[in-house]
Design a protein around this ligand. Structure first.
Ligand code: PLP
Length: 481
């Protein structure tokens, strides 16, 4: 496919604008460039075709099944986008006087109240722009709380090895020392290891639940009790709350802080770095430390903004990605009290359906039922046929399926982590299951064909390290060399 710069020719353009009828004013010589920039000169037809072709190469949930584990690539209702596109929300300025933005504040207030109810927390902040950003914020709250009590020696954060990769990274970003503890054979936290790790230097525990094996930790109450007894606080990574929302609440499990990925669970199209929201909820005693401004209802029913007394400061400007909160609120109100737990049940049902149907030939990383996602362990397949998790992932592309998350969690070496999500129907799951079976057969009959896959995508297997570390993002004209 040609780049836009390689299309068109001199003088081609969109002939829609009338000629300029006011005097042209050019900046002074010192501000003007000596040579004209290399801008594409293309007709409207060429532009339209170019971007349509690019869009067709983009793989999204609207194009097909997208079981990317831990990322919740589900269908997001278009009505949420419509709500976020309302001019009354979209054309606001964050510095407008408070009495002119009562509707927007109501969105923040109401979304906060509903998410408090869903998580059993007392206050939300929407400043963090992503899940990892929420973790960072939540840990800063924990740190600030310990310091406010003069408890300065608590520098360690306990992170089970089944945690999401961002957990230890966020703790390190906060200047904490990360202590990793192993999982027991059942994939849950090893209680003895947890007890052994506790001490007066521990600030708290960060737990991903369901964990990255897709398991709900059955000892959750015991875990939070152990941490609290040793003077630590408990942080809940609730990025993937779609497994438990409306059914179990982090606050009831003993957690003090939680983050939610509104751009996963509460429906915002994401991926490619688009706007997100890692909403952070906390218990009452941590509210004074929250970042940003908090919406409060006054006696006359109007809404005001208040900065918490011992705020850790801003972690992002104003209220974060506000329109993401509008979408989340639209989503929660659409689903309602019955729809929220139903979505969770369907997420779990779909994952277990797929897991069960695949376990005849594929090995699973842990026994028993899973939550919203499951992890396959392809070590045996690799041993028998040489076909790796990477080969299976690449082969799926030829069948129009986005690969599951690969080589994660790190505790499973040939891992494929699949999350079908609650928005897929049974036919789609059955088709995907058939594809997985076909690939398994192909691995035994003609492993090389899988090693050479994908065969049908615009590019095959790029050098992933170079592509990630040294991406070529700039087009160079020949004359520039
Ligand atoms: C996605 C995810 C995160 C990180 O969220 P980002 O928005 O990508 O920063 C953290 N924890 C879990 C369990 C996740 O699935």
């Amino acid at each position: 496919m040609k780049l836009i710069f390689e299309k068109g020719g001199p003088g081609r353009h969109l002939a829609l604008l009338p000629d300029c009828d006011v005097p042209e004013v050019l900046p002074s010589k010192e501000w003007t460039r000596e040579t004209a920039p290399h801008l594409p000169q293309v007709s409207e037809t060429e532009i339209s075709r170019h971007y349509t072709q690019l869009a067709l190469r983009t793989r999204g949930v609207n194009g097909g099944f997208y079981p990317l584990g831990s990322c919740t690539m589900k269908y997001n209702p278009k009505v949420n986008e419509e709500a976020a596109a309302l001019p009354g929300f979209q054309e606001l300025h964050p510095l407008q006087p408070v009495h002119t933005v009562q509707g927007a504040l109501k969105v923040l207030f109401q979304a906060g109240k509903l998410l408090d109810e869903i998580t059993a927390m007392d206050q939300m902040t929407f400043q963090p722009a992503a899940g990892a950003h929420g973790e960072f914020t939540g840990l800063l709250l924990i740190k600030a709380w310990h310091l406010s009590r003069g408890d300065e020696g608590r520098r360690k954060i306990i992170v089970p090895d089944s945690a999401h990769g961002t957990n230890p990274a966020s703790a390190a970003m906060c200047g904490m020392e990360v202590v990793s503890i192993p999982s027991a054979a059942d994939g849950c936290v090893d209680l003895e290891a947890l007890k052994a790790a506790m001490g007066p230097d521990v600030a708290g525990l960060m737990l991903t639940n369901p964990n990255t094996l897709g398991l709900f930790d059955r000892n959750i109450l015991e875990i939070t009790r152990i941490v609290h007894e040793a003077g630590g606080l408990c942080y809940y990574d609730g990025a993937n709350l779609n497994a438990v929302m409306g059914i179990a609440r982090p606050g009831d499990m003993g957690f003090d802080v939680v983050h939610l990925n509104l751009h996963k669970t509460f429906s915002t199209p994401h991926g490619g770095g688009g706007p997100g929201c890692g909403a952070v909820g906390c218990k009452e005693f941590l509210i004074p430390f929250l970042p940003g401004l908090i919406v409060k209802e006054t006696a006359d029913g109007s809404l005001q903004l208040l900065r918490p007394e011992h705020s850790i400061g801003d972690v992002k400007a104003f209220h974060g990605n506000f329109l993401v909160v509008v979408k989340a609120l639209a989503y929660i109100l659409t689903l309602g009290r019955e729809g929220i737990p139903e979505a969770a049940k369907n997420a779990v049902l779909n994952a277990n359906y797929m897991r069960h149907k695949l376990s005849d030939v594929y090995q699973m990383a842990s026994p028993g039922l899973c939550m919203h996602e499951f992890v396959m362990d392809l070590e045996k397949l690799k041993h028998e046929t040489g076909v790796t998790a990477m080969d299976v992932a690449k082969a799926l592309l030829d069948y129009g399926i986005h690969p599951p998350t690969m080589y994660f969690p790190l505790i499973v070496h040939e891992a494929l982590m699949a999350e079908p999500t609650e928005t897929e129907d049974r036919e789609t799951l059955d088709e995907a299951i058939e594809v997985f079976h076909k690939i398994y057969q192909q691995a035994h009959e003609n492993p090389q064909s899988l090693k050479d896959s994908p065969h049908l995508t615009p590019i095959g297997r790029p050098d992933e390290v170079t592509a990630a570390r040294k991406p070529v993002l700039r087009y160079r004209w020949e004359t520039e060399q």
